[in-house]
Design a protein around this ligand. Structure first.
Ligand code: BGP
Length: 479
């Protein structure tokens, strides 16, 4: 018996810059990820201020989804996808972000893509900005540090809302907006890297700039939500948080307090603004800790209140622990490190695998906000082996997904209103953190390798048929 809603949105997720390729085709301008070279599990990517002919830039071809989307969407349809999460590449629509008129060829691509989804009865779920700021906005304004970006973002939103009003109903404003509260966010999320060239681990980390830039994103998100509600009542507008649940390492009250601070700064700060429409009471203590003063313009507070999202979405890969003991062994993780949890195993990339943490997280979020939730990223980045007979036996991925879906079911039984589930990288794509192809998440394997070679051929992995069965049984059959 399925515990999930009858209209549960099963699907998968990708982002334009990690999949499309065609980085300079049909009028597209360069975006921040187009300036990032490849890295690895051990070596960080570099970001350059111009394109170097001797370097490899994985987003430039990626998996060439731009030319393979029909084949790929057909594969998703075969698995029974009800929804497909992707993003629109801002610099395909406005190559520098600052033009008066949009690039028709870019708009036409997404017409074809959404029409193709429709043909297969797949509902698009569109991230408006997924780690792909036009690079010209970095050069001119230091990315979101410039308040001007609010207006440029609105120009972009108005154009895509109007163009795709009949094709897209579900929208997310900014991918993992809360990464802007962390040093990592300076690069992909905020683009506050003007003039910087070097390893992505060394991008400028100025809390004053980050938190102010994040304020601009809050205002932009609220404006977009407000505008959508006023003009397109059929739209459902969501936020998107990189949720990294953290547990106190011990029951020492000092650990518990430190963990609470960490949970607020990492996970709650941004969604409190986007869901409740105002900065939370503890925001002042975060600003103080970071030595930050936020400059607000008249009307900002009203705007935040008027632009509250309709549903809450988040990525969940792993969990962490917080300890006041600086000597505690550390574990790696998505965007942020933490103390190593002795009860959990880790992925090949050191991320701590915690399915029960997803149930806990869903309950925590729903208790706080009581609006529908959706898990829009989850999955296992792993090394896959393409065997001589062409099969990829990814049982480890099936185990990961099975245990997370089972915990989602428990959360639904706990009372959480869960709308859908789109595991990350339903087709192999470029890793956001390392630029690798070897870190694979997909149900569909892509013959593309870290050195940029590969036929780009698509192959079904073992998990493909497994996920198809999960969807067909509305999550009841996880065997
Ligand atoms: C999230 C991003 C994605 C994605 C995913 C997996 O933080 O929203 O864009 O890539 O993490 O991370 P990675 O690609 O580094 O394995």
């Amino acid at each position: 018996m399925s515990v999930f809603r009858e209209d549960f949105l099963w699907g998968g997720a990708i982002a334009a810059n990690q999949a499309e390729g065609a980085w300079d085709l049909d009028g597209k301008g360069p975006s921040v990820p187009d300036m990032c070279t490849n890295g690895s599990n051990k070596t960080p990517k570099d970001v350059t201020t111009s394109i170097r002919p001797d370097r490899l830039y994985p987003s430039h071809e990626a998996i060439d989804f731009y030319h393979h989307y029909e084949e790929d969407i057909a594969l998703f349809a075969e698995m029974g996808f009800k929804t497909f999460r992707t993003s629109i590449n801002w610099s395909r629509i406005f190559p520098t972000g600052m033009e008066d008129t949009p690039n028709e060829a870019g708009l036409a691509f997404y017409d074809r893509l959404f029409d193709c989804c429709k043909k297969h009865n797949i509902e698009p779920l569109v991230t408006i900005s997924h780690y792909e700021l036009p690079y010209a906005l970095v050069e001119k304004y230091n990315g979101w540090a410039g308040r001007e970006l609010v207006d440029y973002f609105m120009n972009y939103c108005k154009v895509i809302f109007e163009r795709y009003a009949d094709k897209v109903k579900y929208w997310l404003t900014f991918n993992e907006i809360n990464t802007g509260a962390l040093p990592f966010g300076s690069l992909l999320s905020l683009g506050t890297i003007r003039g910087y060239e070097g390893p992505t681990t060394g991008v400028p980390n100025e809390p004053q700039v980050r938190f102010q830039a994040l304020h601009h994103q809050f205002v932009a998100s609220a404006k977009a939500v407000k505008y959508a509600h006023e003009h397109y009542p059929q739209f459902q507008m969501g936020n998107m948080i990189c949720f990294v649940t953290s547990y106190p390492y011990t029951c020492n009250p000092e650990d518990v307090i430190r963990n609470q601070e960490h949970m607020r700064e990492m996970n709650w700060y941004c969604s409190d603004v986007q869901v409740r429409g105002a900065y939370p009471s503890y925001a002042k203590s975060i600003w103080k800790r970071n030595g930050v003063t936020i400059h607000m313009e008249p009307g900002d507070e009203e705007l935040l209140q008027e632009g509250k999202v309709d549903f809450y979405t988040f990525s969940y890969y792993m969990s962490n622990c917080t300890s006041v003991d600086k000597e505690k062994e550390q574990a790696g993780g998505n965007i942020i490190m933490g103390a190593k949890n002795p009860y959990l195993e880790t992925s090949d990339w050191g991320w701590q695998i915690d399915p029960a943490g997803l149930r806990y997280t869903l309950n925590e979020i729903y208790d706080r906000y009581q609006i529908p939730l959706m898990v829009v990223e989850n999955g296992l980045g792993a090394y896959d082996e393409l065997e001589a007979d062409g099969t990829i036996r990814d049982d480890y991925r099936i185990d990961y997904l099975r245990s997370h879906i089972a915990e989602m079911a428990k959360a639904v039984e706990d009372g959480v209103d869960l709308m859908g589930y789109t595991p990350w990288g339903c087709i192999d794509l470029v890793s956001a953190s390392t630029g690798e192809m070897a870190k694979r998440y997909g149900f569909v394997y892509v013959e593309k390798y870290d050195d940029g070679t590969g036929s780009l051929a698509r192959r079904k992995k073992k998990s493909f048929d497994w996920y198809k069965k999960v969807i067909a049984s509305n999550g009841a059959d996880l065997a």
